[in-house]
Design a protein around this ligand. Sequence first.
Ligand code: C2E
Ligand code: MG
Ligand code: MG
Length: 267
Amino acid sequence: MERDIVTQEIRLTEKDIEKGLLKKEFELHFQPRIQVSTGKMTGAEALLRWEHPIYGKIPPNQCIPLAEANGLIIPIGIWTLETAFWQVRYWTDQGHSSFVISLNLSIKSIEDPVIYDVIEKLIRFYKVEPSRIEIEITETSYIENTRVYGVVEKLRLLGIRVAIDDFGVGYSSLHRLKSLHADTIKIDRSFIQNIYHSREDQVIVSSIMHIANHLGKRVVAEGIEKYEQVQVLKSFGCHEMQGFLFSKAVSPDDFELLLEEDRRYYH
Ligand code: C2E
Ligand code: MG
Ligand code: MG
């Protein structure tokens, strides 16, 4: 990897990602998802973290696009799935048996038939209840790739949950929700940021909630940073939320502490 002297930009190469995977420089961190009505943790979103020995933390937004361009997104997706299944098995054995872990998969991964086979094998190998795993697909990529609808439906038949991520930033219209196979809708942070004083955002979010409720889908609000946002979401009957107000994404060890704290409080 080189650093561009003029822009100070890090230039990642295919080799860096390959080495990173081999040398176990990647980790999944977990950001809690919270039930709006009770404050109880329902699970977490697994987010990719890369600690490079020289350049330090490399955010997913920097390495995912490169991995998508050079095909390494497939081994990254497989690694993410395997790690998430392993963690769910491990935490279940520790007595935490009801939370759901969601993970992000690039549309390129979903399109690759290898990924379906991997998921099927992981369910059998780790004996994880499939509904404990939710796969997040960004709205824009999902809408643009109608050919993945069949794969997504097959995954749901296995019992895997599917979420539409960053909902609202794409160009889809609300009636499209009907044809998108999904269990959960994650409303993008941009609609939540100013929801406590923006009438427009309130109208948009409550409309999404209304339609999602009628279609039997769960709604998660992303990027909660202020208590005022929680109050509005509560009044709309939003199901779940996540954001820095509760916790940023934390290491597996720290997430286990959160699981234990949650269990002590709610049992
Ligand atoms: P995303 O899936 O929408 O994930 C949410 C992002 O918002 C995360 O950034 C999270 O740290 C951040 N976030 C959460 N709460 C707050 C908040 O209250 N305020 C603000 N300002 N930000 C908040 P992160 O981890 O940098 O991930 C960025 C994107 O990279 C993700 O967006 C997802 O699209 C992608 N990504 C992350 N992990 C993976 C992965 O394992 N595979 C793939 N294909 N993509 C991934
Ligand atoms: Mg996500
Ligand atoms: Mg998102």
